[in-house]
Design a protein around this ligand. Structure first.
Ligand SMILES: [Zn+2]
Ligand SMILES: [Zn+2]
Length: 406
């Protein structure tokens, strides 16, 4: 008996092999991971355990990845529910939501935020790494004045720039989109900064969203269950038309998110299981856009790729990637010399220097071998501070390789 269901989609296929005799049209094949770009798991650990029904199976058929937003300073101390199951990965963000700050403790919050980011940067344990700053932004329902909210937002933008982290943005109030965008534009000089503007729906100022996507090439928009809250209003219709018009580039800029425990998709019935909710949102999206080349599965795969691009640093991928090629002295041809070598001094472990190829690949020393590790996606090199980068010519790179091989 399924604990939840989505019209025309097989929920069973989220956690089990389905022989497709169920009669449902849409299935998620096993082994395709599910990435949720924005969730809140912290305050409700016992509830997560009961709501994440689909991940709690004896023989898992896929991996689940959750970008977990720690947006309330009061809850920063609560440990992330990391790895309660080995196929479930939780990546923390940290930030101050415009609704959840108190001016009395604000400067203490800024200090704490900086400390957490500093600790995360130096932490050898990849599991604890903070992957983004946020969610932060502007909110018309906040008790704080807009000027005060802007001040708190700007502080966080500066920290994200300093720590080379992406920013998760929140904006409630159509009239505030322009203010938030202006703030980003004036504060961020590196247009390649990675940005995730979460919860884009019919309440968004879509003109500003277009400007945002054009201005920042590594920016993404988060689509969640709130897109299913259809009304007959002009806004709802405008949003649908906007999705259809922008659909050619949507797969490149889309992040699927649940925002659980908020915003359950209306076409998800039964328990709000966040591991199934993305399927509902993707189902709604493909029904709205009606393009045979864009399917539920293709949206999930594009979103997975984009979440990795925006939030998961190369360091984390390095650990998780399974593609590693052993380089021997006589097979230099395995290395594409077009990759500009960067000596990655970012590693705090000085006994091994990883060589990072524009974040497209890494050579690292592993016991007696040298491994050449290809990332499955191309990363922008914004991860490393300019001061931490040292470009080395190809011959030096070969020399370094030889050193490893000696
Ligand atoms: Zn099925
Ligand atoms: Zn949220």
């Amino acid at each position: 008996m399924n604990h939840c269901f989505v019209d025309n989609s097989c929920i069973t296929s989220v956690s089990f092999h389905c022989d497709q005799k169920c009669g449902q049209q849409n299935h998620i094949p096993p082994n395709i991971p599910i990435f949720d770009g924005h969730i809140h798991l912290n305050p409700i650990i016992p509830k997560i355990q009961s709501d994440l029904v689909s991940v709690r199976v004896a023989s898992p058929i896929r991996e689940f990845h959750f970008i977990n937003n720690n947006h309330k300073p009061d809850e920063w101390l609560i440990p992330n529910p990391s790895s309660f199951l080995s196929h479930v990965h939780v990546y923390p963000t940290i930030g101050i939501h415009p609704k959840y700050f108190d001016s009395k403790s604000l400067y203490q919050n800024f200090d704490d935020l900086k400390n957490y980011l500093e600790i995360s940067r130096n932490d050898q344990n990849l599991k604890n790494k903070i992957v983004a700053v946020g969610e932060c932004g502007l909110d018309e329902t906040s008790m704080a004045t807009i000027d005060h909210q802007i001040f708190v937002l700007e502080k966080q933008i500066d920290l994200a720039i300093h720590y080379h982290l992406p920013i998760v943005l929140h904006c409630r109030g159509t009239h505030l989109y322009r203010k938030l965008f202006d703030c980003l534009r004036s504060r961020i000089s590196d247009r390649n900064m990675r940005l995730h503007w979460h919860c884009i729906n019919s309440n968004a100022n879509l003109h500003i969203v277009d400007l945002f996507l054009n201005e920042f090439p590594n920016s993404y928009i988060g689509i969640n269950g709130s897109i299913t809250y259809e009304t007959n209003t002009e806004r709802s219709l405008m949003f649908k038309n906007w999705l259809v018009d922008r659909s050619p580039f949507l797969p490149d800029r889309l992040i699927l998110e649940t925002d659980y425990p908020y915003l359950p998709p209306r076409n998800l019935h039964g328990i709000y299981d966040p591991s199934c909710a993305l399927l509902a949102t993707a189902t709604y999206l493909s029904k709205t856009i009606v393009d045979p080349s864009q399917t539920i599965l293709s949206y999930i795969c594009s979103s997975n790729k984009n979440i990795k691009l925006v939030c998961l640093s190369s360091t984390q991928l390095q650990k998780r990637s399974t593609t590693s090629i052993l380089i021997h002295k006589n097979c230099e041809d395995k290395v594409n010399l077009d990759y500009k070598p960067i000596l990655n001094n970012n590693s705090t472990n000085n006994s091994h220097n990883d060589i990072n190829y524009n974040n497209k690949a890494t050579v690292f020393h592993h016991e007696d071998s040298v491994n050449f590790l290809m990332y499955d996606t191309v990363y922008n090199s914004g991860e490393l501070a300019e001061s931490q980068k040292e470009r080395v010519p190809i011959h030096s790179y070969v020399k370094i390789l030889m050193m490893y091989l000696a």
